[in-house]
Design a protein around this ligand. Structure first.
Ligand code: COA
Length: 156
């Protein structure tokens, strides 16, 4: 399946309804989905973000780049339920890491709910390490791990 990386050109990106499709996928993240206003922040400052999408849009990953450090924040990765367990999130993230590495970033971090075993398994497979435990991060009794990938490994 084809992967598109949108880097600084997000507003103009993609086919009609592109933003609506991303917004609908994001609603699958339930407690962690964003409002339209929050998404507008992405469309208004596209240079701060890197977005990778599968084509057709059955999954995406969204990163925020630090303005001061060689550091990326993985904000979201989601795959439509019927397309899960086919290696698509792994492929999406490996491609994104490669692009971010080419841009000079050397670290990626994220937060993940402690009960999200699929995502934790995915991040471990990609070499991410748990660096912190954040109590009530997503709300009462919704704890999170902070995870980090140090030194993005580039494919030759
Ligand atoms: C997490 C998510 C993105 C994984 O997507 P996916 O395309 O199914 O994942 P992949 O098929 O690429 O899996 C890659 C690896 O992740 C791990 N993994 C994936 N699903 C898993 C599961 N249900 N349980 C444990 N490990 C799992 C495995 O190590 C897997 O490698 P393997 O197939 O060789 O065992 C998907 O479940 C999802 O969209 N969840 C809802 C949104 C979400 O929670 N996002 C993360 C927020 S931090």
């Amino acid at each position: 399946m084809e992967i598109n990386v949108w880097d600084g050109n997000i507003p103009a990106a993609g086919p009609p309804l592109f933003r609506e499709e991303l917004y609908k996928l994001d609603q699958l993240m339930i407690d962690q989905s964003w409002s339209v206003d929050a998404w507008n922040g992405v469309w208004q400052t596209p240079n701060n973000y890197l977005l990778a999408t599968l084509s057709p849009i059955i999954g995406f990953a969204l990163f925020l780049r630090s303005p001061t450090e060689k550091l990326g924040h993985l904000l979201k990765v989601v795959i439509l339920p019927e397309y899960r367990s086919q290696g698509l999130a792994e492929k999406l993230l490996r491609t994104s890491f490669e692009v971010l590495g080419q841009q000079g970033l050397d670290r990626i971090y994220l937060e993940v709910a402690c009960n999200n075993l699929a995502a934790i398994g995915l991040y471990h497979k990609l070499g991410m390490k748990q660096i912190n435990y954040c109590k009530n991060f997503y709300g009462p009794q919704q704890d999170a791990y902070k995870m980090m990938l140090v030194k993005i490994v580039m494919a030759e």
